[in-house]
Write a protein that binds this ligand. Structure first.
Ligand code: MN3
Length: 204
């Protein structure tokens, strides 16, 4: 049974950048539903029972039943993606990277500002619902990408570790930002905790 990441902060604590009602709805409705639906899908395939979510997603194509595979893609993706999303946000965010991660950002993107611009651009140009990602290869190189729906860079690829995800589904921002996805992404940087992102980078 997969369980939702437990939030160490209050729904209201990311105000004014991400509003309380969005956080509460996102966590208690959307993320909860992905988690419940993932657990229900896994009941139908005993071979998935003792695997981690990373193992399941990185070998998604090996799920034989198409209905189970689609349910795991959508809900296992949603489960994993939101665990990551909520775990890198913090009301006490360290808003700049440092150390090895900063050095690699400068090597791969030029500067931290250029990385943020790249991710904002990927977030803005992802048509419809999806995510923008920063992922690390095993040897530490950084890759920026985006994906539709609840897909992520782990799917059928065990070589990448996502370390930051920007949820650009409307449910992540519409109550406060309406159609202004770019304003949400600008505000998002105020609550991304680069200490948490760094830990994921170092543990890749
Ligand atoms: Mn979401």
């Amino acid at each position: 049974m997969f369980k939702q990441y437990e939030l160490p902060y209050a729904f209201s604590s990311l105000e004014p950048h991400i509003d309380e009602l969005t956080m509460e709805t996102h966590y208690t409705k959307h993320h909860a539903a992905y988690t419940n639906n993932l657990n229900a899908a896994l009941e139908k395939d005993a071979s998935l029972k003792d695997k981690s979510i990373e193992e399941i997603l990185s070998s998604l194509s090996s799920i034989k039943d198409e209905g189970v595979r689609t349910a795991v893609r959508n809900n296992g993706g949603g489960y994993y993606n939101h665990n990551l999303y909520f775990s890198i946000l913090s009301p006490e965010a360290v808003t700049k990277p440092a150390g090895d991660l900063l050095a690699q950002i400068e090597a791969d993107f030029g500067s931290f500002d250029q990385l943020k611009e790249k991710l904002a651009s990927l977030a803005a140009t992802r048509f419809g619902s999806g995510w923008a990602w920063l992922s690390a290869t095993k040897d530490g190189k950084l890759i920026a990408s985006s994906s539709p729906n609840q897909d992520n860079p782990l799917m059928d690829d065990a070589s990448l570790t996502p370390i930051l995800g920007i949820d650009v589904w409307e449910h992540a921002y519409y109550l406060k930002y309406k159609n202004l996805r770019g304003d949400y992404v600008n505000a998002f940087w105020n609550v991304v905790d680069w200490n948490a992102v760094s830990k994921l980078y170092n543990n890749r």
